[in-house]
Design a protein around this ligand. Structure first.
Ligand SMILES: Cc1ncc(COP(=O)(O)O)c(C=O)c1O
Length: 376
């Protein structure tokens, strides 16, 4: 197995077949994650207490690594089954106006609507910009005295737009900033210190497989989010028997049952690779790959709706061909062995740092074939 120590070995650890351009949907598991998962599965089969404890220790390790990558305190990080679980813990404890984009991934829109209906404590303040981009101006225009929080994706799953977290913070003042970071965590060097809640999951860009969610709750969030949506693991100390203690004052409050230790092992392995290479290095390389995708789109005159400025995008490049071109373009990509997400007339292309020249060549060939058959 390749030991990841720097960018070269990180890139070499991408060992899937050429043609995969769908990291925003699912990240094929890294070699380190696969090896770790197998080893830990064997340990859990041994029936030895020490082996079980060894696997369980990956929970601590994963929390510490999430915190390290965020520049935060591990005590404020809690593992989750997925991004949506973390977001639900945050949203169900809000009151007042909640700003959120109508076009956000349903993790936010559905959970916020359900929380509003269930508890009646939050009033949804929908943001509906024509281009779908949640900019500081869009937020400023909709802010009211009643607004208590903004929930937003770090990177928009449709357009690939990367929000400006510090600028959003400046606009909302001391209201809560709740961030769905799944489409950027570990691949963009975001300033999470301006956020109050950050939720993510390791099954896309981190290459850790499903079940590897996590969330971080800062001081302001810990103070304000109440009531707490949680279960028996959300208390301090041992198993609460014969009495029901108050929720923990730490981020641990936002948990339901015991974590999946095998998932934590996968997450820790994946995060270690990222920490060893460094997020700024990964970001720079990923921006070069997305620039390659944009280059081919421009060359064959396929419109791109993802922002051009490197600081406003991450790993997603979204193509929006003319209506009559959408199906032929999707077909050409499929015929060339490329995996992308085609949805509602748009084609989302998401390379990763390990996307090689062979895949990009296939992408260029697919666009060339589409272009030569195009009827203007
Ligand atoms: C922006 C965004 N949020 C959330 C999710 C899903 O979250 P999870 O499966 O981790 O709950 C996705 C999945 O594509 C996504 O793109």
């Amino acid at each position: 197995m390749i030991r990841v120590t720097d960018l070269d070995s990180y890139q070499a650890s991408f060992d899937g077949e050429p043609g995969y351009l769908d990291w925003a949907a699912f990240g094929p598991l890294s070699p380190a994650v696969r090896v770790e998962a197998q080893a830990d599965t064997e340990l859990l089969g041994s029936g030895r207490r020490t082996s079980i404890d060894l696997v369980a220790d990956h929970v601590r390790e994963a929390r510490e690594l999430v915190a390290e990558l965020m520049g935060a305190d591990a005590a404020q990080v809690v593992l989750q089954p997925s991004t949506t679980y973390g977001l639900m813990h945050a949203l169900y404890g809000l009151s007042g106006g909640l700003l959120l984009g109508r076009g956000e991934f349903p993790s936010l829109t559905v959970a916020a609507t359900r929380a509003s209906e269930a508890l009646g404590a939050i009033r949804l303040q929908w943001l509906e910009p024509a281009d779908g981009l949640i900019t500081p101006d869009v937020v400023r225009e909709s802010l009211t005295d009643d607004t208590s929080a903004l929930a937003v994706s770090l990177v928009d799953f449709r357009t690939g737009y990367r929000v400006d977290l510090p600028a959003l913070r400046e606009v909302i003042g001391d209201r809560l900033l709740i961030v769905d970071a799944i489409q950027g965590f570990g691949v963009v060097d975001a300033d999470y210190s301006v956020a109050d809640v950050v939720c993510g999951h390791g099954y896309k860009w981190l290459r850790a497989g499903r079940g590897t969610g996590f969330s971080w709750f800062g001081e302001r969030a810990l103070e304000r989010i109440a009531p707490v949506l949680s279960g028996f693991r959300g208390v301090d100390g041992d198993l609460p028997l014969d009495a029901v203690p108050a929720p923990s004052a730490s981020a641990q409050a936002f948990s339901v049952a015991g974590p999946d230790t095998l998932a934590a092992a996968r997450l820790a392995s994946a995060l270690r690779d990222v920490a060893d290479v460094g997020v700024p290095t990964i970001e720079a390389e990923l921006l070069a790959r997305t620039a390659d995708v944009i280059f081919f789109a421009d060359r064959y005159e396929v419109p791109v709706i993802t922002p051009r400025e490197p600081e406003r995008r991450a790993g997603i490049v979204t193509l929006e061909p003319a209506a009559q071109d959408a199906a032929p373009l999707a077909a050409s990509l499929a015929n060339h062995g490329l995996t992308v997400t085609a949805r509602a007339g748009r084609i989302r292309v998401s390379p990763h740092v390990g996307t090689g020249a062979d895949t990009l060549r296939l992408f260029g060939d697919a666009l060339a074939a589409f272009s030569s058959a195009r009827v203007w």
